[in-house]
Design a protein around this ligand. Sequence first.
Ligand code: LLP
Length: 420
Amino acid sequence: MRFFDYIDGELCAETVPLRAIAEAVGTPTYVYSKATLEHHYNVLKAALHGLDINIAFAIKANSNAAVIATLATMGAGADTVSEGEILRAMRAGVPSNRIVFSGVGKTKRELEFAIKTEIHQINVESEQELITIAEIANNLGKVQNVVIRVNPDVEAGGHSKIATGYATSKFGVSPATAFAMFENAKQLSGVKICGLAVHIGSQIIDIAPMRAAYEALALMVQQLRLSGHAITRLDLGGGLGAIYDDKGEGPDLEAYGQMVREIIGPLGVKIEIEPGRLICANAGVLLARALVTKANGGREFVVIDAAMNDLLRPAFYDAYHQILAVKEPPIGANLMPITVVGPICETGDTFTVDRPMAKVNPDDLLAFMSAGAYGFAMASTYNSRPLAAEVMVSGDKWQVVRARQSYEDMWQGEVIPNWG
Ligand code: LLP
């Protein structure tokens, strides 16, 4: 579901024409729909009715303050993977007791910060990390609540670069190691293991692998309880997919909720989930303008003013994003194979090859759909291209929620040494 549609032949975000935003702010620009964010959060929340659950939005998917604040206002928590993300979450209004800190490699400084900040929990991914947390918390005179991220050996996700749940991945620990950690923690003060976490991958449409992972978790809970460990929390991770293709289908959220109620509900634990993409992917588009068109070797190229530094997913994961002309092509317009590329000096800066599209002319505006997750969040200044602007729309109103980066901001902090 997304609130980006043609109104009177013009592609709009809610009721704001994207052309108006492009004219005022320039391109490339990310445009987010507040109503779409709220819709996805509400649908997920409704599907999870009857459960004691914290929906912790995965900040890594979209860390814009306006996006986080929209969700925080609705009661969302935050799943974070760095001190920067914890700070962003709190700055945008997420209470510290709804913040989860995950990640396979956390620095001592980050751990100390998280413990001092009294966040809800730290998701521990190694035996060494557990000991480090205990030491730091002891020194601070605190007891830190943690869960152990286990690797259920389930492979899932849209691309090998985002599958995380198989046994040889860098994430989490094996169930056997997790059991050992529970035992060893009896000797550790400063840390309280409250339960387990899983996250098996991203862009998951078929929920069967999630069921397998949650069943494995439930079994571990029973075994741990039999060994006398109190299990009060489970973190079910993120990973629910979004729709990238207008014909595609998203995960069946009703079925997902039912599955969680069936497998996890009876365990009587407090639940965390960490959705990122599901909530924000369809809530954002990247707006770009065609610069030139040309034919090389019989291939029709459209060179646009957005590049892989603005939206990395096609270059990095061969990801598909629907590309819509902001001015609606006439019904029955001829489609021709078009290769859409950015201006960056490498062939990988290609958004799509020979895709059937209506003719694009220089200065035409294009919208990359479903770019709200891992779009701006993965942007860089490669080729010294400033970070794009970000805009949020609500109904017929819109606001710049992050100004386009200035050149001064881009090289701020750089120093030419004076060796003399
Ligand atoms: N929790 C953990 C521990 C994660 O590692 C992730 C994502 C999430 C939650 C949120 O997953 P989501 O609900 O968004 O699938 N850059 C890639 C996606 C990387 C996902 C990394 N981890 C992309 O553009 O497809």
